[in-house]
Design a protein around this ligand. Structure first.
Ligand SMILES: [Fe+2]
Ligand SMILES: [Fe+2]
Length: 386
């Protein structure tokens, strides 16, 4: 880059992203940008998070605090380094061109750079008004492992070095499953747990509410649910949350669930026969109620998944289907063919779903157990769809 010109003009680096949470990939990229460009201003611009888009979005203030922890005082106290609330203050998703335009207005004469990983470069020419971005700023790119410059790549300034892959989604998943968290500073992890972010509070509450065996089952369901969700391009974090909570009311006594003023599709006009023939099924609507009232879950698809996990129902949503299957094939289940069924769930989910519906129906009829009308209807639909 034209060093003399930049020094004269002063450099501004804009670093936008979720920072949800900030991880070592973010730190490496920003540190390299500071070291190599010595900018006059460096702006972190955490984006706006639509409420309910992700499970328990961390607020702007939470993310700003984690950025301060992850980057440390030495970095954050450098003159010109700032966490900027422009995108968050807009209260809607802000396209990058707007953010670049905003900083161009503030710094009309400076040399503007937009910092990003090379994974974003691939899609850059599909970004809204990407030519406007290039007119007003240069792309400052940290190369990820395995990156090759494509023939139609937008022009960019590469940082020296190779930068680790971004991993916030895996971090959030490991937090909810209470698994080892890599790539995030210990201070950030402590902050997440202290504040109960990313469903870690709910995860800890559930552990206290259930027997160790039941809790282990719920964690297993959450794990396989997340794995299946990943294979289907669905949110792993939401699937894990639904899996974790699906049996949150399983250890409430039948007597108590009968007095809980429950609602939901398996009750309604079927209330009388359900309570008479299979009162244990009440743990599903009781679970949805508990998830909503005690664990603060507002996501209708997660609540539906908890409601329908033992019976299924015609027209059930994709997340509900996923938990229905995950509950049947979780790691501690030992029946013949469970391994093949797990594999099928990852490779051909609709086929696995059908198999589980049929297997549960065969189990009930083999023992002359009562079947819920919604289960019967689901079974009929599945066999007619052939
Ligand atoms: Fe259950
Ligand atoms: Fe279960």
């Amino acid at each position: 880059m034209e060093k003399n010109e930049s020094e004269k003009k002063g450099i501004v680096v804009i670093y936008g992203g979720s920072f949800d949470p900030p991880h070592e990939g973010h730190v490496a990229l920003a540190a390299a940008a500071i070291r190599q460009l010595r900018p006059e201003f460096f702006y972190f611009v955490p984006n706006f998070h639509a409420p309910f888009k992700e499970m328990r979005p961390a607020s702007f203030d939470d993310r700003a605090e984690m950025i301060r922890i992850a980057f440390g005082k030495r970095f954050m106290h450098r003159p010109g380094v700032e966490i900027n609330s422009y995108e968050n203050d807009m209260r809607e998703t802000v396209y990058t061109w707007k953010t670049v335009g905003h900083f161009r207005k503030i710094h009309p004469d400076k040399d503007l750079f937009f910092l990003m990983g090379s994974d974003c470069l691939r899609s850059f020419k599909r970004w809204q008004r990407w030519r406007y971005i290039l007119k007003n700023a240069r792309l400052l790119v940290g190369i990820r492992p395995g990156f090759n410059i494509g023939p139609n790549e937008a022009p960019f300034v590469p940082l020296d070095g190779i930068f680790p892959e971004a991993a916030s989604t895996e971090v959030r998943l490991n937090i909810i499953l209470d698994e080892k968290i890599n790539g995030v500073s210990p201070g950030v992890v402590r902050n997440i747990k202290k504040k109960g972010l990313y469903f870690s509070r709910e995860s800890q509450m559930l552990e206290k509410a259930l027997s160790p065996e039941r809790h282990a089952h719920c964690v297993n369901v959450a794990r396989i649910a997340a794995e299946i969700a990943g294979s289907r391009g669905m949110s792993k974090h939401r699937a894990a949350a639904a899996g974790l909570l699906h049996d949150c009311a399983r250890e409430i006594s039948v007597e108590k669930t009968k007095s809980m003023k429950l609602t939901g599709p398996i009750l309604g006009k079927y209330r009388g026969e359900t309570v008479l023939n299979a009162p244990k099924l009440l743990h599903a609507p009781a679970g949805a109620k508990t998830a909503r009232e005690k664990y603060g879950v507002r996501d209708p698809e997660i609540l539906e998944a908890i409601q329908l996990h033992p019976t299924g129902a015609p027209g059930m949503g994709e997340l509900a289907k996923l938990i229905y299957v995950a509950d049947y094939i979780s790691a501690e289940r030992k029946f013949d063919g469970v391994g093949a069924l797990r594999k099928l769930a990852l490779e051909n989910f609709p086929a696995a779903f059908k198999k589980v519906v049929e297997a549960k129906a065969a189990y009930r009829s083999g023992r002359n157990y009562w079947s819920h009308p919604l289960s019967l209807e689901l079974c009929r639909q599945i066999s007619e769809a052939e």
